[in-house]
Write a protein that binds this ligand. Structure first.
Ligand SMILES: C[S@@+](CC[C@H](N)C(=O)[O-])C[C@H]1O[C@@H](n2cnc3c(N)ncnc32)[C@H](O)[C@@H]1O
Length: 220
C-alpha cells in the first residue's frame, strides 16, 4: 500500500517531468536544428505509419528517374527509392551533417546500391541547377530547417515543371509540421495538393507541379 504522501510525491515528480519535457519540446520547436548524429538510433526504429511501402505508393518512383532526397539521415528510405528507379535512375541524397552523409555512403555500399549520390549540403541552398529532378522528398526534415520558406523555394526551383514533391511528418517528432500549414505554404508556390496517406499525426503528402496551369497560353 502506498501512503497518500508517497502518491502525492510521485504525482508531483511526474508533473515536473512532464513540464521539463514540454519545455524541451518547445525549445526545440522555436530553435530548429538538425537531429544530432548521436541520436541516429532513434531514426532507425520501425515506423508504423510513415512506412517505406507507403512512401513508394505516394512518390511513385519510376525506372530512369532523377530523384532528390533532402535530409536523408542514415538512409531509412534511400535504398528502397534507389532500387525503384534502377537501372538508369539516380537518387541524389543531401544532408547537412557530414556524419550522416558518411553513414549513408557506407550503408549504400553495403546494400550494393550504386545509383545513390550522397552529398553534404543545405536544404536552404541546394547545389543543383533549376529544373533538375522528376521528384523530391523529405521525411521528418522540414521542421528542423531554420528557414523553411527558403527550403520550399529551393525545392520548387530544382523540381522539373512537371515534378512532384512528397513531404512526410510524424509525431512525436518535436519538429512536427502540421499538414494544413504545410499545404498552404506549398500551394502558395504553385504546386497542387494531390494526395495524403496516413493521419493528422503521421502522414505523407504529395504535391504536383501544375503543368496545365504553367503551360497554358496567357490570356490576353
Ligand atoms: C530526423 S532526421 C530524418 C532522416 C531521414 N529523412 C529519415 O526519415 O530517417 C532529419 C535529417 O535532416 C537533416 N537536416 C536537418 N536540417 C537540414 C538542412 N537544412 N539541410 C539538409 N539536411 C538537413 C539532419 O541532418 C537529419 O539527418
Amino acid at each position: 500500500m502506498i501512503s497518500r504522501r508517497t502518491s502525492r510525491a510521485i504525482a508531483a515528480l511526474l508533473g515536473l517531468a512532464l513540464l521539463v519535457g514540454l519545455g524541451y519540446a518547445l525549445r526545440w520547436r522555436s530553435n530548429p536544428s538538425p537531429c544530432p548524429y548521436a541520436q541516429r538510433h532513434a531514426i532507425d526504429l520501425p515506423r508504423p505509419v510513415i512506412t517505406r511501402s507507403r512512401l513508394r505508393s505516394v512518390l511513385e518512383p519510376r525506372a530512369g528517374e532523377r530523384i532528390l532526397e533532402v535530409g536523408s539521415g542514415t538512409g531509412y528510405y534511400t535504398g528502397m527509392v534507389a532500387r525503384a528507379i534502377e537501372p538508369s535512375g539516380t537518387l541524389h541524397a543531401v544532408d547537412v551533417q557530414p556524419e550522416m552523409v558518411e553513414h549513408l555512403r557506407t550503408r549504400m555500399r553495403a546494400e550494393e546500391n550504386s545509383n545513390v549520390e550522397p552529398i553534404c549540403g543545405d536544404a536552404r541552398s541546394l547545389p543543383y541547377p533549376d529544373n533538375t529532378f522528376d521528384a523530391a522528398y523529405l521525411i521528418l526534415v522540414l521542421g528542423e530547417i531554420p528557414d523553411q520558406e527558403r527550403a520550399l523555394d529551393e525545392l520548387n526551383r530544382v523540381l522539373k515543371p512537371d515534378g512532384r514533391l512528397v513531404v512526410g511528418e510524424a509525431l512525436p517528432d518535436p519538429h512536427f509540421v502540421r499538414f494544413e500549414r504545410l499545404r498552404r505554404r506549398v500551394e502558395r508556390r504553385g504546386l497542387k495538393f494531390e494526395d495524403r496517406i496516413g493521419t493528422r499525426a503521421g502522414y505523407f503528402a504529395r504535391f504536383d507541379a501544375d503543368v496545365s496551369e504553367q503551360s497554358a497560353d496567357p490570356v490576353e
